[in-house]
Design a protein around this ligand. Structure first.
Ligand code: PEP
Length: 253
């Protein structure tokens, strides 16, 4: 059995701040209708939080649901924020943490991301933790170093058993929404380097279990080259997950 076949294969769609409720429900229906036999592949959608409950209902267990962001406190005077308890209460299973738009548009620090990861486990949510370097960090030859420090910071205080429920998404910031996809070789080598960091922190067995997804301008015409590689266990898709046809073409790679 190859190392890859021991890991879950995950195809996730991040809908960002798109879709009305009816658009979200139509999209779920079209995805479910076109899913067919996907064997052991798991599909996750991350709708806007206000649609979560309805989307969970519409997914009827065939597709998993996660939310795109939350705060780390259970409740309190935090106007506009959503707590882990509330995310759990929608019936969502996953929570996206540290997406590049959260880090770079909303200024989330590694410290805050770690608090959110801890809060996710505390409330029984499974974190999908996003890491990735900026273009100037790549050009300076610092990609591995930057991503290693993001992974170490996110995992601070997280135990071995909790790691069995973590998913990591490597999303180079320069590839998100830009149409510039990382070459499969660049992505695979970054995934290997993340796996080495996990091995140093948690040992080889855990490192071999954690699914590492690639994200950044994934489309039906580039998924083949990416998903065929040993350390790419699935993808986190933004733009191309907003149309059922292109998302399904990616899932059916
Ligand atoms: C994302 O939102 O995580 C993402 C990878 O977006 P896109 O596929 O549009 O680059």
């Amino acid at each position: 059995m190859s190392r890859k076949s021991q890991r879950r294969e995950i195809f996730a769609g991040n809908w960002k701040m798109y879709t009305t409720l009816s658009g979200a429900l139509d999209l779920v229906k079209e995805i479910i209708d076109g899913l067919g036999d996907i064997a052991n592949r798991e599909v996750i959608v991350f709708p806007p939080a206000v649609h979560a409950r309805e989307v969970v209902k519409a997914c009827t267990g065939k597709i998993s649901v996660g939310l795109q962001n939350m705060y780390f406190e259970k409740e309190g005077a935090f106007t506009g924020e959503i707590s882990p308890l509330m995310v759990k209460d929608t019936g969502s299973r996953y929570i996206l943490i540290g997406h590049s738009e959260r880090r770079h548009v909303f200024g989330e620090s590694d410290g805050m991301i770690n608090k959110k990861v801890r809060a996710a486990y505390e409330y029984g949510l499974e974190p999908v933790v996003c890491v990735g370097e900026l273009l100037d960090e790549r050009e300076a030859g610092n990609s591995e170093k930057v991503v290693e420090s993001q992974v170490r910071a996110a995992c601070e205080g997280i135990g071995v058993d909790q790691m069995k429920k973590m998913i990591i998404a490597y999303e180079p910031v320069w590839a998100i929404g830009t149409g510039k996809v990382a070459t499969p070789e660049v992505a695979d080598s970054m995934h290997k380097s993340i796996r080495n960091v996990l091995a140093a922190l948690y040992g080889n067995e855990i490192a071999a279990m954690v699914p590492i997804l690639y994200g950044g301008s994934v489309k039906p015409d580039n998924i083949g080259g990416l998903f065929s590689l040993e350390d790419i266990d699935g993808v986190l898709v933004g733009g191309a997950s907003l149309k059922a046809k292109s998302f399904l073409d990616i899932i059916h790679v």
